[in-house]
Write a protein of this length. Sequence first.
Length: 172
Amino acid sequence: MEYKSFESIAEEMLSNQKFLRLSHESHHGITRLDHSLNVAKKVYKYAIKFNLDYISATRGALVHDFFTNAEFLSNHGLIQGVVHPDIALANAKGEFEINDKEANMIESHMFPLSVVTPKSKEAWLLTGVDKLQAIYEYASYKFNYKKATSKLEYALGCMFLFIFYMITTGRE
Ligand SMILES: [Fe+2]
Ligand SMILES: [Fe+2]
């Protein structure tokens, strides 16, 4: 089967000026754009490997953190983990055609912090990959100890894939 390339799926988002503002936002010691690309590239790879809807999976992953720090700071009194998926979803819907699956991926990516639960395998994949990537990026930034964090990522990755299989087996 011929798959669309990651670049061709990401093209629409990477040519959007509002989305590109994420390249000026810091996130786990890198930019929010780089974090989003790191997560989306992994989601793309695993979605193809597990025969999922890789196009929606990649699109949802690309915009899962589509918010600026200024937008977040204007939401008073709530913690970032709960609020930022809602801001990201509103921004994504404002700029792109977002289907129901992609919307749920964005809303639920902070699960179990989020009120919304992941409703598809693609959403479960995103919430897992995002956490592992965040841990890896944060550990690399904080400790600058790539070797250990790669091992950590590998161990957590195996654990996540096991849980992913357990959760999704037999479900749509
Ligand atoms: Fe996030
Ligand atoms: Fe993220």
